[in-house]
Design a protein around this ligand. Structure first.
Ligand SMILES: Nc1ncnc2c1ncn2[C@@H]1O[C@H](COP(=O)(O)OP(=O)(O)OP(=O)(O)O)[C@@H](O)[C@H]1O
Ligand SMILES: [Mg+2]
Length: 202
């Protein structure tokens, strides 16, 4: 399976999502994380501890070894134009785009919805990340997206400091010493299960 993670706005958790998707998939089969973001955050994450349970490679050099792996996850970084998103969706099994609840509060909402218009693909889904407690904002964002015909994951990734600790240490969140580490990891397990379920149904 090839999952591409792309963001239409910076700092929405796309690298964190790619890092954790790859950990989820590695438990199912050999997985390669391709770092396609020019800021190379995933590569830096891996280099901090050298202990991620899978290999991380630059997207250009990694393509040559990609066929040795059962699963690929690509951190695509920012791809704001819908033409770019459409190309990405066509090149993978599932395109995942993180979204934050701030989107429904600010003036960018129209611009953000426009970025999805014209993807013309049914193999993409929005993942609500960095969700703070209080369900109404998540529900508002989901409503806004679904009303615009944009599919979302049922699972939501909560805003938890454990994720920042994982990034700082260069590890998967389940390896962090934090009371919420297990909850943080479970969020990505739930998203991964949804992906597998949707594939067995299709
Ligand atoms: N669920 C979360 N809860 C709390 N903090 C988070 C969460 N997900 C990501 N973060 C933190 O938010 C910041 C941005 O996350 P990340 O780097 O994954 O986003 P990005 O979309 O890849 O950003 P960029 O635009 O720089 O590529 C990081 O400091 C990260 O540790
Ligand atoms: Mg990133």
């Amino acid at each position: 399976m090839h999952i591409a993670v792309a963001s239409i706005q910076g700092a929405t958790g796309s690298t964190t999502t790619a890092i954790h998707f790859a950990a989820y998939l590695e438990a199912l089969g050999p997985t390669l994380l391709l770092d396609g973001d020019s800021n190379r955050t995933a590569t830096a994450w891996a280099a901090k501890s050298n202990s991620l349970p899978y290999q991380v490679a630059d997207v250009r050099s990694g393509r040559e070894i990609a066929r040795e792996f059962e699963h690929l996850v690509t951190d695509c970084g920012l791809r704001q134009s819908n033409a770019h998103l459409k190309d990405l969706a066509e090149g993978c099994d599932l395109l995942v785009i993180p979204a934050v609840t701030m989107w429904v509060d600010n003036d960018h909402q129209r611009q953000i919805l426009d970025a999805f218009a014209g993807i013309e693909a049914d193999n993409y889904r929005v993942l609500i990340t960095m969700a703070s407690p209080g369900q109404s904002k998540v529900a508002n964002l989901r409503d806004t997206l679904e009303t615009a015909g944009i599919p979302t994951f049922t699972a939501v990734v909560p805003r938890l400091e454990a994720f920042q600790k994982a990034a700082a240490a260069g590890v998967i969140v389940s390896a962090v010493r934090d009371p919420q580490a297990a909850r943080a990891w479970e969020a990505y397990v739930s998203v991964g299960s949804e992906i597998l379920l949707s594939r067995t149904r299709s």
